[in-house]
Design a protein around this ligand. Sequence first.
Ligand code: SF4
Length: 109
Amino acid sequence: MGSEIPRAAWIRCRKCLPGGMSKEAFFEDLERYVERISPDERVSEESYWKRLEICRACGQLQEGMCRICGCYVQLRAALKVKGCPEVHPRWTAQLTPSVDDNPQRADVV
Ligand code: SF4
């Protein structure tokens, strides 16, 4: 009862898939979790897919996880407050509308 692990904590846990859960089931669960993120916290669909495209082409991506921060990129890319953890970020957090709309920063997604 009190020792139950919240479902969201499973998703945030690095590399420790819940016992008996296949990788496919884990990623389906992650996808459902991402879909339930509040619109206030979530980037637009366009930004989300742009971010994931950048991650897909990045050498730091390994089995859906960023090797720098240990996050599953599907989750990190969906959140406005998160950015790429590289020293020279490939995509940045969307903290202010002026940053998002800055034409000088076409890489900002
Ligand atoms: S978050 Fe940044 S460093 Fe990590 S996989 Fe994506 S683009 Fe690469």
